[in-house]
Design a protein around this ligand. Sequence first.
Ligand code: ZN
Ligand code: ZN
Length: 309
Amino acid sequence: MKIDSKGNLIVGSVAVLAIALLLISIFIITSINYIENENNQLKSNNEFKYIIDDYERNLEVLERQSIAEATQKVYNGLPIFDSKKQIKKNLDKLLKEKNKEFEKKYGVKISSQTVDVENTNSPWKILFKVKLNVQKNNIRYSNIVERNASVEGLKDPLPLAKLTIASGILTYDEKIHYKNAIAGYMVIHNFKSPESYIEATAPMYIIKCPYDPYIHHGDPGVLDDCLKKGYFHESADGSCYLCRLEGKGKCPHYGFEVFIQTHTFLKNESLSCPDHVVFSDHYNAAKINESDPNSLILDDAHRKKYGLI
Ligand SMILES: [Zn+2]
Ligand SMILES: [Zn+2]
C-alpha cells in the first residue's frame, strides 16, 4: 500500500510536470510564430507603403503632363470644348500605362481613375482627385488621392484657342507673335484702331510675376523687367487655365492676366492691353508713354493696380 501510494504520487507528479512543460513549449512556439508573422506582415506593409508613395509621386508628374497634352492639342490647331473632360481623358490614358509599369516593377495589381479636375483658390494650381486601388497578395489599399498640379511653366493656350491657328499667330522664341491676328479680330468686331495691334507680342509660358504686391510695377525698372521676362499676374477678371484651354477670355473663376505688348508709333486710343480686355471686356485706353513705340496701352484701373499712375 505504502509503495503503491508513493509510486502513484511520483507518476502523478511526472504527469503534471510533463503537461506543464508541454503547455510552456506550445506557448513559446506560438509566441515565436506570432512574432515572426507580425514581422513578415510589417515588412510587406513597408514595401507596400513604398510602392504607394512611389505611385503618388508619379501622379504629380502625370497630372501636369495631362494638362500639357491638352495645351499641345490647342497648339496643334484642334479645339477643346470641355477642358476638364479632355484632361481627365489624357490622365486616364497615362495612368493605364503607369499601372502596367508598376505591375511589372513591383508585382502589384493596380487600377486608378481620374475622379475630378478642379480649380483651386490659386490660379497657378489645379486640383486632381484620383481613385487608386492597389493589391499585393492579400493586402489591399484603396484611396482617393488629392494632389495639386502647377500650371507654371506650361504654355498659355488662350491666344491660339481664341483666335485659332488660321489667324496667322506664330509661336517662337518663347513668345506669341500675333502678327495680324488681333488686328483682324478687331476689324471683325469693329474695335478702335486695330492697326495698333499689328505685330503685338505676348509671353508664351505661364510664369508668375515675382513683383508682388503688383503696385511695385511703378518702381524704377520693374515694369521693363516684367515685360522682358514675360510674367503673368493674378486677376479676378482674367480667365483661369482651364477656361483658357477652351478659348474663353473671361470666366467666373479666379484667373490671371498678361499684358499684350504693342509695338507701334501710333498714338491713338485702342483696346487696353491686358488679355482679358483684348479678348473679352473690350474697353479702350491710351499709351502710358506716347513717344515709346513699345509702351503698354493701359486703362486707369490697371494703371492703379500696377502702381503706374
Ligand atoms: Zn509683373
Ligand atoms: Zn475659368
